[in-house]
Write a protein that binds this ligand. Structure first.
Ligand code: FAD
Length: 506
């Protein structure tokens, strides 16, 4: 399609997506390329995106990021899962933790053993068989040598972008200040040749990464790539965000509290709490949403509530001609399972794996877009599950969610789990068996059968097996320090005011 070698990469936009891309490409491709990032000080970043999932380790390892240094620089706390409150129904809560449940066997997951235990009345809640789940509830945390790192972080988005920016500079990335006024296209092939800025600069490049946020200045406004709208199955289209002073010790999980026409997040950092209300404008006005959020926060607000509008869905192609969309420009599922930053990182790693150093060709583009689409659809289905599989009928919003049309792929997964307790994960999928099991059980879907292999164990053997796992988990978690003590020892915030606050709380 374009046989020019790719040497000059231009990143448009300097939010989380832009700086994450800049740090990764400049560090990992080194002298083979030149990286230039263009951003405007006069166009604000969206400024949210503070809860992550454990896959962030993969990128941080590639970038050689020291965990304690990164956490101290971004006021970060640990995250072991998400607490879903009022989702199944009002006052019915569950946790989706990042850990593994019990012990699987070759034929089936742990849930099958637990299900037989449930029928016999021998088990407690499934989270008692998972260290990360129990640690959430007990406020404990530890990073053990040789242990799976099933933890993520809550971080300050602004400080994280700065942290990545300094990494990008260390590896030769250039920043150009200016507002992009025009995207110039090649008259023959229609690919992007350069960006014109409001200060009369022209930035030329071989490959352009669109990180300009929702508007998709390059991928959509210039290349008209198209957008698949998912708002009929993910109807929330607005969010209010406000930060508050911290009250009490930070918990090691994100709180997601379902409200009348959406849900509220609470993300604890070392120095403050991030709060937000995601809602559907068809059922709630901005004013009602602000009031609902302010009525349900702990601690004094430290900024004015901000309204953010969006449309859930995905760009039809994430790679179009010589432009790749990374960040909100690529689409937005919604923040319920904190998958935004994960998707940025996947786009970056995929680009590195398929880097078109000798020229851009259609087969790379097709493969990139196919893998991205599969990944997006899996995440979309998982998020839709939370809304659809609910017993709530107490508002128009929840009645809509419970009865709305859902994708066949999700209908199939729910039917399979209900009939047999089975979940199968495909290669490009993010969410595995333990995630689906925790959310389906948490939302009230109990399988009708367990796998027959469980019956190979005698009743005594099964009871002993279940008991052993549970007591091992309880003992292990009891030996971990309190989450706050661990943070204060391992990665106290660099910021002096935050450290003073921590001392007063201790
Ligand atoms: P932006 O932050 O919007 O950055 C866009 C950049 O482009 C800015 O630097 C701007 O200056 C620049 N720009 C735009 N136009 C121009 C122009 N004409 N000229 C020059 N520069 C320009 N993700 C998670 O992983 N976890 C979460 O908990 C999470 N919560 C979210 C909650 C909400 C309500 C929303 C909307 C998103 C959330 N996300 C979350 C998704 C995502 O992580 C964040 O939104 C993230 O901050 C988006 O970054 P971005 O870089 O794509 O866009």
């Amino acid at each position: 399609m374009n046989n020019n070698p790719v040497k000059n990469i231009v990143i448009a936009g300097g939010g989380t997506a832009g700086w994450m891309t800049a740090a990764s490409l400049s560090k990992l491709l080194g002298n083979a390329i030149n990286v230039t990032l263009v951003e405007s000080d006069h166009i604000a970043t969206v400024g949210v995106g503070e809860a992550t999932i454990p896959t962030l380790h993969l990128l941080h390892d590639l970038l050689g990021i020291n965990e304690a240094e990164f956490m101290a620089a971004t006021n970060a706390t640990f995250k072991l899962g998400i607490s879903f409150e009022n989702w199944r129904d009002v006052d019915k809560d569950y946790i989706h933790s990042f850990g593994y449940l019990g012990r699987d066997c070759w034929a089936c997951g742990f849930q099958h053993f637990w299900l037989k235990g449930l029928q016999k009345g021998w088990v407690s809640e499934i989270g008692d068989y998972c260290s990360e789940h129990l640690a959430c509830r007990q406020g404990r945390f530890a990073v053990m040598p040789n242990q799976d790192r099933n933890h993520a972080y809550h971080l300050d988005a602004g400080l994280y972008a700065k942290f990545l920016q300094s990494l990008a500079y260390q590896h030769g990335c250039q920043r150009v200040e200016g507002k992009i006024n025009k995207v110039n296209l090649c008259p023959e092939g229609g690919h992007i040749t350069s960006l014109d800025l409001d200060n009369s600069k022209r930035i030329e490049g071989d490959l352009f990464i669109d990180c300009t946020g929702f508007k998709g200045l390059l991928i959509e406004e210039a290349l008209h790539t198209g957008y698949d709208d998912w708002s009929h199955m993910l109807p929330c289209d607005s969010a209010i965000a406000v930060q508050t002073k911290t009250v009490g010790e930070p918990v090691a999980y994100t709180r997601s509290i379902a409200r009348e026409s959406g849900w509220q997040w609470r993300i604890p950092l070392q120095n403050r709490t991030g709060n937000g209300l995601v809602f559907c404008s068809k059922y709630m006005t901005d004013e009602e949403a602000i009031q609902t959020l302010l009525d349900n926060i702990e601690g004094e607000p430290i900024n004015e509530p901000r309204v953010i509008k969006y449309k859930t869905g995905t760009r039809r192609k994430h790679w179009n001609k010589n432009c790749i969309a990374i960040g909100l420009s690529a689409g937005f599922i919604e923040p319920l399972e904190s998958t935004g930053i994960h998707l940025f990182q996947r786009g970056i790693v995929r680009l590195l794996q398929m880097f078109p150093h000798t020229g851009i060709n259609d087969s790379d583009i097709q493969e990139f877009n196919k893998q991205t689409e599969e990944e997006m659809l899996n995440i979309r289905d998982f998020i839709v599950l939370h809304y659809h599989l609910t017993e709530r009928r107490d508002s128009d919003f929840w009645r809509y969610c419970a009865t709305m049309e859902i994708p066949d792929s999700l209908t199939h997964r729910m039917a399979l789990f209900k009939a047999s307790g089975r979940i199968f994960k495909k290669a490009e999928e993010l969410f595995g068996e333990t995630s689906w099991v925790q959310v389906m059980l948490g939302q009230g879907l109990i399988p009708e059968q367990y796998h027959p292999i469980v019956d190979k164990m005698s009743d005594d053997e099964l009871r002993a097996f279940l008991e052993k796992i549970k007591s091992h988990v309880a003992k292990k978690v009891a030996s971990w320090p309190k989450h706050t003590d661990f943070i204060n020892h391992y990665c106290p915030a660099n910021d002096k005011d935050t450290r003073e606050q921590q001392k007063m709380q201790a």
